[in-house]
Design a protein. Structure first.
Length: 264
């Protein structure tokens, strides 16, 4: 099953990954835009969430009165996000597109790719093309913020990456990588096994399984790709979206992600 197919079960995905503080994460993103952005018109409030999945952040920005856009390669994810947006009576513009190359109707002030979704770009060429495309759709002085996997998780630990969560009485078991997954040390790509096991109240379980290529990035190779793209005027590496002001990316307990802030 491809990544597209796995994410087709959008509702199951949403259940599995909804145990996060979306409003705190959005506060962090806005703090960064105010502190590190250099927009000419500070009133411009527009946001793009790439690889948006259920578009929790795009919806939160819309709630706060921002012009908000959600982009994802999966039609099913976008359909699900659209329905949730309607239920909340919000206004988010949606786009089914590949984040490697896309075009928005109107440029935005702030763009993001959150929760390791950048790992879906598996070659240097894809990453550089992606940077160029994001920059084209961003206002001058605007920011692109990536929440990527912390480099300390680059090397495998031989353990299955499995966790359990419970949302509104529904139990979900998520597996995001097995020790048996094939790793190609030259391309640095994992053929990652993802599984979602939803234990529903009525006893009918939903199980989805997929295998798709992902790549984790080291900080120095990310820096090299940022420089190679030639589209960012300044950039910063931080260690979490849960501290404002942000703390630097390092090996301390406070660093749990690689948060890259890029200014056009
Ligand atoms: C981990 S999920 C996303 C989650 C969302 N950002 C969040 O914070 O919950 C990854 C998403 O990336 C999307 N995706 C994968 N490759 C993509 C690409 N090349 N362009 C756009 N979206 C992509 C998938 O369809 C999926 O919805």
């Amino acid at each position: 099953m491809s990544a597209k197919k796995f994410y087709a079960n959008a509702q199951a995905y949403d259940l599995a990954f909804s145990d996060r503080e979306f409003d705190t994460e959005c506060d962090f993103l806005i703090y960064c835009l105010e502190k590190y952005g250099k927009l000419k018109n500070q009133d411009e409030k527009s946001y793009l969430e790439m690889a948006c999945g259920p578009a929790r952040h795009a919806r939160e920005f819309a709630k706060r009165g921002w012009r908000s856009v959600g982009l994802d390669i999966s039609e099913d994810m976008i359909a699900y996000a659209f329905d949730e947006t309607k239920k909340e009576n919000l206004n988010v513009e949606y786009l089914v597109a590949d984040m490697v190359k896309f075009k928005l109707n109107k440029k935005v002030a702030l763009a993001t790719t959150l929760m390791e979704s950048i790992a879906h770009l598996v070659t240097n060429e894809q990453m550089v093309a992606h940077f160029k495309s994001v920059a084209k759709n961003l206002k001058k002085g605007g920011l692109y913020i990536i929440e990527a996997t912390h480099p300390m998780f680059f090397f495998p630990d031989g353990e299955a990456n499995t966790w359990k969560t419970r949302v509104n009485g529904t139990h979900v078991e998520v597996t995001f990588g097995l020790p048996t997954d094939h790793y190609d040390s030259v391309t640095q790509q994992w053929m990652l096994t993802s599984k979602l096991h939803i234990k529903q109240k009525n006893g009918a379980d939903i199980v989805t399984e997929a295998r798709h290529p992902v790549r984790w990035y080291l900080a120095q190779e990310m820096r090299a790709l940022i420089e190679l793209s030639g589209v960012w005027s300044k950039y910063w590496f931080f260690g979490s979206m849960y501290f404002t002001p942000p703390k630097p990316l390092d090996d301390s307990e406070d660093s749990d992600a690689m948060v890259i802030v890029l200014r056009k």
